[in-house]
Write a protein that binds this ligand. Sequence first.
Ligand SMILES: CC(C)(COP(=O)(O)OP(=O)(O)OC[C@H]1O[C@@H](n2cnc3c(N)ncnc32)[C@H](O)[C@@H]1OP(=O)(O)O)[C@@H](O)C(=O)NCCC(=O)NCCS
Length: 191
Amino acid sequence: MSQRLVTERLVLRPWHVDDTPAALEVYGNPEVARWLSPAMGRPQDPVAMRLLVQQWVAEDARLDPPAGRWAIDRTADGALIGGAHLLPLPPGNEDLEIGWQLKPDAWGHGYANEATYAIAEWAFSQDIDEVFAVVRPGNTRAAATVRRNGMIWVGETDKYFGLTLQVFRLRSADLDRAAPHAHPPPRFEAD
Ligand SMILES: CC(C)(COP(=O)(O)OP(=O)(O)OC[C@H]1O[C@@H](n2cnc3c(N)ncnc32)[C@H](O)[C@@H]1OP(=O)(O)O)[C@@H](O)C(=O)NCCC(=O)NCCS
């Protein structure tokens, strides 16, 4: 079950089936769905979205910390603005991959940056040395986000998900706590 993470402006918490309508606003948006890896069919209605959320809830229950799938709530208005994950990367399942999906009207505020920081701090507190991000070529926003967080370019590969992907790595020392947009440490809370 995902660890609840509280940052300056966000709460990252486990998904619940009641999140379906808000999740559809995120994952049903073509500007979000087109960049996901593994590539997934865009959920087009609440029934499809509910099934997906149910799968995430079930998957989350099986994951070993620090892995997880989080819904992201914005504290200011309580709105669900997206999701994030830290998941073992197939085929080896040795590396942990961080990813995020925000609804477009929540882009440009540094929320993915803040979520990355929180998830990475959480992972590094659990004996994990490094996390990875995989970005589809052309996804300039995601590439900017990973670099903003201090992630380092590793290379391009087609070994994950049958897609050509750009791989970035983040180690604890790469998280630049002195950067202008750096965030104070998240709080790890029991649910
Ligand atoms: C990838 C994605 C999460 C990035 O969202 P984002 O809001 O651009 O990401 P960031 O959190 O890094 O925000 C950066 C922007 O916020 C601005 N910003 C404002 N306040 C900020 C703050 N406190 N801290 C950091 N950045 C801040 C930055 O200047 C930057 O602005 P710019 O886009 O005009 O250059 C989003 O585009 C998305 O959901 N895309 C679809 C799904 C996807 O591609 N996921 C990646 C693969 S899993």
